[in-house]
Design a binder for this molecule. Structure first.
Ligand SMILES: [Zn+2]
Ligand SMILES: [Zn+2]
Length: 351
C-alpha cells in the first residue's frame, strides 16, 4: 500500500509498504478521508511535536475516517454516546481519537487519559492516516452516522479539539470571546464558542480569506492585526472591560501577548496554538489581573459531542474546506496547507 512517511526535516516520502496487521484489541481501517493538520506541518518543518521527536519512518496524519475491514479476533467494542451507539463491525465507518494512552499511569487510572504521562500519538509515535490502511485500537474509535459525509467525518477530530478548548474555559451564555488565529482550529473554536452561547465572537486574523470565512460563519467582528489592534477593538466592544475568554490559536509570543491585552481581569486564556519553543510574555499582567491561562488536550469524551453537532447540522465543518487532494498528492496538499490561500485541506481518494 501507499504511505507517506516522515524521515526528517521537510523529508516526507511516499513509500510502498505492506498492509499492517491488527494486533490484539485493534482494527484495520481502509482510509476514506484525512485532514491535513497544523500538527502535520509542524512535524514536517520542525521535526518535533511538543518536545517529542516523531519516529523515523512513521506514517504521518491523524485526522481521518476509515471503513473497518478487519477486526482482530477477540476484539469487541461497543460504543455508546447519547445520540449514537452500537457495535463496531466490519463495514462500520469510524473516526478516532488519535492519542493512545498507556492505561496504567497515575492519570490514566484517574480517568484523565488525555494527559497520560506516556501518551502515544498517531503520526508521531505510531503510524498515522496518510496511507491506504491503518491499524488502531478499537477503543479509540467512534462510529460515524450515515448522514455525515467522509469529508465532514475526517473533521470530527479537530472539532473535538475545539470543543475541548471550550470545555476548558468558563464560557457561558452571554460571554464575550476573542479568537486569535482563524486557521482551521480557530474557525472551529469560533463556531463552538457561538454554539456554547457567546454573545460576541471577535476574531483576529491577518489573512483576508480566513477573516471572511469567520464572518460568514457568524463572527461579530474580524480584525486584521496588521491594520488594527485586537485589544482596542475588544475594549471598544466591551466598554473597556475585555473579553471573558480568549482562545489563542496562533502560538507566537506576540499573539499570546495580544491575548493578555484582550482578556478582561479575571478572564481566561485557552492556549491552543503550539509555539515552536519558549514564548516571551509579561507575566506581571497575569498576576495583577488574576488571569487564568489553561492548556487543552483533546479527549475521547469530546468525540460524541463533535459527532452530534456535525450530524445534527449545528456545526458545519465542511465550510472550512478550501482544497481537496487525492492521497497520492499528499505532499502537494501539505504545501497548499502551509503556503496560505487555504484554510482546511483534506485528502480523499485513497486508492
Ligand atoms: Zn490535528
Ligand atoms: Zn497513562
Amino acid at each position: 500500500m501507499r504511505a507517506f512517511k516522515y524521515f526528517g526535516h521537510y523529508d516526507i516520502r511516499e513509500v510502498e509498504v505492506e498492509i499492517p496487521k491488527p494486533k490484539q484489541g485493534e482494527l484495520l481501517l481502509k482510509m476514506l478521508a484525512a485532514g491535513v493538520c497544523g500538527t502535520d506541518l509542524h512535524i514536517r518543518s520542525h521535526g518535533d511535536w511538543i518536545g517529542k521527536a516523531p519516529l523515523h519512518g512513521v506514517t504521518i496524519g491523524h485526522e481521518f475516517v476509515g471503513e473497518v475491514v478487519e477486526i482482530r479476533e477477540g476484539t469487541h467494542f461497543s460504543q455508546k454516546y447519547p445520540h449514537i451507539s452500537g457495535d463496531i463491525k466490519v463495514g462500520s465507518r469510524v473516526c478516532a481519537e488519535p492519542h493512545v494512552p498507556c492505561g496504567s499511569c497515575y492519570f490514566c487510572l484517574r480517568g484523565q487519559s488525555n494527559i497520560c504521562l506516556d501518551i502515544g500519538h498517531l503520526g508521531v509515535t505510531r503510524d498515522g492516516a496518510f496511507a491506504e490502511y491503518l491499524t488502531i485500537p478499537a477503543d479509540r474509535c467512534s462510529l460515524v452516522p450515515e448522514g455525515v459525509s467522509d469529508t465532514a467525518a475526517s473533521l470530527i477530530e479537530p472539532l473535538a479539539c475545539a470543543l475541548r478548548a471550550v470545555h476548558r474555559s468558563p464560557l457561558t451564555v452571554g460571554s464575550t470571546v476573542a479568537v486569535i488565529g482563524a486557521g482551521p482550529m480557530g474557525q472551529d473554536v469560533a463556531k463552538a464558542a457561538r454554539i456554547g452561547g457567546a454573545s460576541q465572537v471577535i476574531v483576529s486574523e491577518p489573512d483576508m480569506m480566513r477573516r471572511n470565512m469567520a464572518e460568514q460563519a457568524g463572527c461579530d467582528a474580524a480584525v486584521d492585526p496588521n491594520v488594527s489592534d485586537l485589544a482596542e477593538t475588544v475594549m471598544e466592544l466591551t466598554h473597556g472591560i475585555g473579553a471573558d475568554v480568549v482562545f489563542e490559536a496562533a502560538g507566537l509570543s506576540e499573539t499570546v501577548s495580544q491575548a493578555i491585552d484582550a482578556v478582561r481581569h479575571g478572564g481566561t486564556i485557552v492556549q491552543i496554538g503550539v509555539p515552536t519553543g519558549n514564548i516571551d510574555i509579561d507575566i506581571r499582567r497575569v498576576i495583577i489581573g488574576e488571569i487564568s491561562i489553561v492548556g487543552e488536550h483533546a479527549t475521547q469524551w469530546d468525540f460524541g459531542a463533535a459527532i452530534d453537532l456535525i450530524a445534527s447540522g449545528k456545526v458545519d465543518v465542511e465550510s472550512s474546506v478550501t482544497h481537496t487532494f487525492a492521497l497520492e498528492k499528499a505532499l502537494e496538499a501539505m504545501d497548499t496547507a502551509e503556503n496560505g490561500g487555504s484554510v482546511k485541506v483534506v485528502l480523499r481518494n485513497f486508492s
